[in-house]
Design a protein around this ligand. Structure first.
Ligand code: SR1
Length: 321
């Protein structure tokens, strides 16, 4: 139930929020955008969207252009600190409110939004430890520089110290327009070079999909299990298909996170109080649970895991929910 009147600027449809993305392809980023667009529509906000399509210079230019266009707020969605921080500084100087999702804005003026990445890694590593008994070789999929992957990596580094029986035998990883197939090729080579590997830690769904492809193609599904992150309807299909090696993932609902980003920006536009650091918690989802509950879509998943929807994170007092 709304507890405040709709601010005039929102009622008249005059609010413009610029969304400046580093990446846009892949299930996670598509779902996230759908959520952001749905929230913008609900709040009568015009969302002006650009994507660097993985090119950091292009994202930096898009961000410069967004600042010049003087929107009511800016959301920076991923990006490398060194490429986005100069333009973020200009946005702050121009008094444009800013929400930074999964990127370090380099200023306390911006609101930061993250999923709880340490928790994401902790949850799947708990499953990996239980399944392996705390020993065995692991292929790790990681690319440095992406803030969420760097935070998950911190947890993995600590986990290896705490669990000396678990050995990282290879590190692979690439993020580009066809991440899953590139990771599949790398994973195949790593598995062939290191027979006896028990697990692949692949904490991004495009990584996990690629790893699953490699394990299946090598006929190793009964020997090598995959521990991932993120969730989409397509991912649920991969996890639940017969003999799938992808046994656990830790995920938020990306559409919900996109909604939170737009709500936070809208609150800043309205001059409302917003926590400087917003965090969306993940849930651990395992293959058995999905199969037992007959879950085949994200809609069914959010029904089964109500914690995946977070209406109280950046709640908008004039909105219905
Ligand atoms: C390349 S970074 C990919 C990650 O960004 C978001 O945090 C998603 O959870 C995804 O795993």
């Amino acid at each position: 139930t709304p507890t405040a009147a709709v601010p005039a600027k929102f009622a008249s449809g005059d609010v413009r929020i610029s969304l400046v993305r580093q990446l846009s392809s892949g299930d996670y980023f598509e779902q996230w955008l759908a959520g952001a667009q749905a929230e913008a529509k609900a709040l009568n906000v015009k969302l002006e969207i650009s994507s660097g399509d993985g090119n950091n210079d292009k994202q930096a230019l898009n961000l410069e252009q967004a600042v010049t266009a003087k929107p009511d707020a800016i959301i920076v969605d991923h990006g490398f600190a060194q490429t986005v921080q100069p333009a973020i500084k200009k946005a702050v100087a121009a008094k444009i409110p800013l929400v930074a999702f999964d990127v370090d804005p380099g200023t306390a003026e911006a609101v930061t939004l993250t999923q709880d990445d340490h928790q994401i890694a902790k949850q799947v590593l708990g499953a990996l430890k239980a399944d392996t008994g705390g020993s065995g070789g692991v292929v790790y999929v990681y690319v440095a520089g992406f803030a969420p992957l760097d935070r998950r990596n911190e947890t993995w580094e600590q986990f290896k110290k705490d669990n000396p029986g678990i050995k990282q035998v290879a590190q692979i990883g690439v993020v580009n327009g066809s991440t899953a197939s590139a990771v599949a090729d790398q994973a195949k080579a790593a598995l062939q070079a290191h027979p006896g590997v028990k697990a692949i830690l692949a904490p991004y769904d495009e990584f996990a999909k690629g790893a699953a492809l490699a394990v299946k193609e090598l006929g190793l599904a009964d020997k090598v299990k995959i521990y991932g992150a993120d969730m989409s309807t397509a991912d649920i299909g991969v996890m639940t298909e017969p003999n799938s090696p992808w046994v656990a993932t830790s995920a938020t609902d990306p559409a919900n996170v996109g909604r939170v980003a737009v709500r936070a920006a809208a609150l800043l536009v309205a001059g409302e109080q917003v926590d400087r650091a917003l965090t969306v918690p993940p849930s651990l989802i395992n293959q058995k649970g999905l199969r037992d509950a007959g879950i085949s879509s994200v809609e069914q998943l959010t029904g089964a895991f109500p914690g995946l929807t977070t209406p109280d994170v950046a709640r908008v007092p004039w909105a219905a929910s």
